[in-house]
Every structure is written in structure tokens, then in C-alpha cells.
Design a protein around this ligand. Structure first.
Ligand code: LMG
Ligand code: NDP
Ligand code: PMR
Length: 368
């Protein structure tokens, strides 16, 4: 491992968190050295970026795609040494993956990531917005350097900005494949991981606290200049609700992208609930007792449990299975592991709310 590889994440963290707050600190230039750390995809491979690919669902999906030999996975992560360890343990071959630094809690880091990806000259076939934080035991909200609550920023706004910026790259990928002489490549895909707990048309979605974005009063307040607004609906902080709300935003964003861009770009936008992967890092902030009992509850009571490996195969299917290329779809799997298109809750499929969320989110990430 080179020195740069070891210091890069720490250095970036410092720079990005300050840069967002003050806008006066110099941003980090794309580094040639950093790009050389990573193998490039071969001509036969397609490229898939996965955010938060160092653990849980993201890592399992990276493994499933890498082992096909047809995919090169760009693991967009904030901790290189942990990712390297995970990759070694999984035995991924050198040219099946590369690492790029991304902190979704920082707009600067997201823009830097996109710049670096472009500087590497790669073509993008699929973007998977997978990373998330869940802060169920926090009594007080945490904010990023811009004063935005961390679950909203990481899970929704960070991915909203990334997905919008990378539309350009996905479109280029499509143009390239159309003009190449080889066999026609499948359409590019943009996948945003959703969840059952954000959907109130299910039992899981009715466990309190329930998702409810209200009329987006909290986001409106931020757009008018407020900082440290804890909840999207303007209410008091509740970490479990903030997570479920962010998942509703993920699913609304997928639907809105489909309505706005599918016909003109040919990109397939989709979301999914991969099953309850009850042992991932997502629950790292939950009580110890919860971490012990929750997998048992899901295995033996709800029967909604899936292993990381199975969930990774499911998301990999959404990335690459020709049968799952429908745009605007929210995928789920039945007990016998068959994929089917599921129905979103009223709120997660509300196109008026999606349009308002889009408008406010654009303002909050400086897209207009
Ligand atoms: C909150 O607790 C926490 O306070 C918060 O921090 C956060 O974690 C949040 O959602 C996350 O939860 C909520 C509370 C809700 O949950 C609990 O306290 C229960 C924890 C359960 C976790 C595991 C328990 C394991 C126990 C059993 C172990 C089993 C071992 C198995 C061995 C088996 C061997 C054979 O809980 C409640 O408030 C309780 C009641 C809520 C029930 C709500 C159910 C809603 C159903 C409504 C249906 C409505 C219909 C919908 C329409 C469906 C349409 C198809
Ligand atoms: P994990 O905690 O294992 O994975 C989440 C990943 O997100 C980690 O790699 C984490 O990186 C990364 N991440 C967190 N914050 C940031 C950030 N600021 N910038 C970049 N990356 C970040 O959880 P899961 O694998 O369970 O979660 C993956 C997705 O699956 C999430 O979208 C979740 O909502 C969804 N999901 C999970 C379910 C489950 O039962 N577990 C069910 C339904 C959906 P780091 O290690 O650096 O913190
Ligand atoms: Mg839930 C009936 C089916 C079912 C399913 C599929 C899930 C998935 N859960 C179900 C039911 C219940 N859960 C019931 C009846 C209860 C009350 C006992 C319950 C409780 C519960 C808690 C406390 N469940 C939880 C929590 C969490 O902290 C998790 C959460 O809400 O995170 C936001 C969670 C989850 N249950 C799920 C899934 C997939 C989660 C993980 C969160 C997610 O990614 O959406």
C-alpha cells in the first residue's frame, strides 16, 4: 500500500469538512497518483460505481458483480484501508475493482469524486446509490459542515447530487455503446436502494416511528437559509424516522428521475428492497441487545431475513439482469427468491411530493 493511499481518506476528510463550511479552503485536485492505485476496466468489462461498497449490501454486490468477470466495480468509499481488507478477504481479482474516495456528507467530496472519475477517462454503465447511515439511538441530531442532518445528507441529498451529476456520464456511456461496432451494450442504469420500512403500505412500514415527510417544511426552511433543521417535516429529531424519511426520499427521487429523464436518455432508473439484511453495519449504532435479537426476530418471526450474500446477488441482478431493466420500477423478492415489481406506498409514489422534493433538493445542493 502506498503512503498516499493511507493518508488520502484522512486528508480528504479534513479538507472536505472544512471546505464545505467556509468555501475558502482550497479543494483537493484530482491526483494522478491516486488514479494509478486502481486498475482500469478491460475493454470487455462494464463499469459500475457502488457507494458504500466497503461493507454490507454494497460489498456483497461488488463481490457478486466482480466474480462474473464482466464488471469492473468502482468502490466509492470513505475508508480505503478497511475496503482493501474486505476486498482481500473476498479474493477479488485485481482488475475487477478500484477504489475512489467519496464522503456523501460533503458536497465538495461528491463534486471532487465526479471530477476524478471523469479525469480517469472511464465510461460509466451503472451507478448504484447504496450508502446510508442509521442513527436510531441518537438523542440529538448530528449535522455536516453545512448544518444538514446526517441521515438526510448522506442517504438522500448526497446521492441526489451524485446522481444528478453522473447523469452526464451515464448518457456518455450510452452514446459510446451506440457508436461502437461491437455487440450492443445494455442501457445504462441508475439504482437507488430503498426499503420496506419507508413504505407505509407494509407491516414493517407501520412500526413506529413511521416515515412521513409532511409538506417538506424542514427542507423549505433550509432552502430559505435555516441551518440545523433536524427533520424533513420540520418536526423534532427522531433518528429512526430520519432514516425512514430518507428512504422515502430515495424512492421519490428514483420515480422523479424516471419521469424526467428516462424517455430522453434511455437510462433505466430503479429502486429495490433487497430483504432484511439484519446483520450489516447499518445497525452498528443500535443497542447491543437489539443487534442480538433482531436477526433472530427476522429469521424466525417475520421470515424477512436475508444473508448479505443473497442480498448482494439481488442487487447485482438489478444491475445486470436483462429482465430487470424496466425504468421506474421498485423491485422486491418473494420467499422463493423470485424478483417481482412491488408497489410503493402512497407517499413514496406521490409525484407532486416528488416534484417538490426535487425542487428543494436542487436548491440545497447548489444545482440551481
Ligand atoms: C423504536 O422502537 C426505537 O425506539 C427506535 O430507537 C428505533 O429503533 C425504532 O423503528 C426503529 O424503533 C420501536 C418499537 C416499535 O420496537 C421495539 O421496541 C421492538 C423491538 C423488536 C426488535 C426485536 C425483538 C425481538 C424479540 C423476539 C426475539 C425472537 C427470537 C426468535 C426466536 C424464535 C424461535 C422460534 O414497536 C412497537 O411499538 C411495538 C408495536 C408496533 C407494532 C406495529 C406493527 C404494525 C402493524 C400494523 C399493520 C398495519 C397494516 C398495514 C397495512 C399492510 C398492508 C399489506
Ligand atoms: P452498511 O452500514 O453495512 O453499509 C452502509 C455503507 O454506507 C457503509 O459502507 C458506510 O461506510 C457507507 N457510508 C455511510 N456514510 C457514508 C458517507 N458519508 N459517505 C460514503 N459512504 C458512507 O449497511 P447496509 O449494507 O445494510 O446498507 C446498505 C443499503 O441498504 C442502505 O441504503 C440501506 O438503507 C439499505 N437497506 C438495508 C437493509 C438492511 O436490512 N440492512 C434493508 C433495506 C435497505 P463506512 O463503513 O465508512 O461507514
Ligand atoms: Mg422491522 C413483518 C415484517 C417485517 C419486516 C420485513 C421488517 C423489516 N420488519 C418487520 C416487522 C417488524 N419490525 C415488527 C412487527 C416490529 C415490531 C416488533 C419491528 C421492529 C423493528 C425495529 C425496532 N424493525 C426494525 C427495527 C429497526 O430498528 C429497523 C429499522 O426500522 O431501521 C430503520 C427495522 C427493520 N425492519 C425491517 C427492516 C428491513 C429493518 C431495517 C431497516 C431498513 O433498512 O429499512
Amino acid at each position: 500500500m502506498t503512503g498516499l493511499e493511507m493518508i488520502w481518506p484522512q486528508e480528504c476528510k479534513k479538507l472536505f469538512s472544512v471546505a464545505d463550511a467556509t468555501a475558502t479552503v482550497e479543494t483537493v485536485k484530482p491526483s494522478q497518483d491516486l488514479q494509478q492505485l486502481s486498475a482500469k476496466p478491460t475493454a470487455q468489462q462494464r463499469t459500475c460505481i457502488i457507494t458504500g461498497a466497503n461493507s454490507g449490501l454494497g460489498l456483497a454486490t461488488a463481490k457478486a458483480l466482480a466474480k462474473t468477470g464482466q464488471w469492473h466495480v468502482v468502490m466509492a468509499v470513505r475508508d480505503f484501508s478497511r475496503t482493501e481488507k474486505a476486498v482481500k478477504a473476498a479474493g477479488l481479482s485485481k482488475n475487477s475493482y478500484s477504489l475512489m474516495y467519496l464522503d456523501l456528507a460533503s458536497q465538495t467530496s461528491i463534486r471532487q469524486f465526479v471530477e476524478q472519475f471523469r479525469a480517469s477517462g472511464r465510461t460509466l454503465d451503472t451507478l448504484v446509490c447504496n450508502a446510508a447511515v442509521y442513527l436510531p439511538t441518537a438523542k440529538e441530531p448530528s449535522y455536516n459542515a453545512d448544518g444538514v442532518e446526517l441521515s438526510v445528507m448522506t442517504n438522500h441529498l448526497g446521492h441526489f447530487l451524485l446522481a444528478n451529476l453522473m447523469l452526464e456520464d451515464l448518457k456518455k456511456g450510452k452514446e459510446k455503446s451506440a457508436s461502437s461496432n461491437g455487440a450492443a451494450k445494455p442501457s445504462p442504469r441508475l439504482i437507488i436502494v430503498g426499503s420496506i420500512t419507508g413504505n407505509t403500505n407494509t407491516v414493517a412500514g407501520n412500526v413506529p416511528p413511521k416515515a412521513d415527510l409532511g409538506q417538506l417544511e424542514g427542507l423549505e426552511a433550509i432552502a430559505k437559509g435555516a441551518t440545523e433543521v433536524p427533520m424533513i417535516n420540520g418536526g423534532d429529531f427522531d433518528g429512526a424516522k430520519a432514516y425512514k424519511d430518507s428512504k422515502v426520499c430515495n424512492m421519490l427521487t428514483m420515480g422523479e428521475m424516471h419521469r424526467r429523464f428516462h424517455d430522453s436518455t434511455g437510462i433505466a432508473f430503479s429502486s429495490l428492497y433487497p430483504g432484511c439484511i439484519a446483520e450489516t453495519g447499518l445497525f452498528r449504532n443500535h443497542y447491543g441487545l437489539f443487534q442480538k435479537l433482531f436477526p433472530l426476530f427476522q429469521k424466525y418471526v417475520t421470515k424477512g431475513y436475508v444473508s448479505e450474500e443473497e442480498a448482494g446477488n439481488r442487487l447485482a441482478q438489478v444491475v445486470s439482469d436483462p429482465a430487470l431493466d424496466k425504468s421506474g420500477a421498485y423491485w422486491s423478492w418473494s420467499r422463493d427468491a423470485q424478483s417481482f415489481e412491488n408497489t410503493l406506498s402512497d407517499e413514496a409514489s406521490d409525484s407532486r411530493k416528488a416534484a417538490k422534493l426535487w425542487d428543494l433538493s436542487e436548491q440545497l445542493v447548489g444545482l440551481r
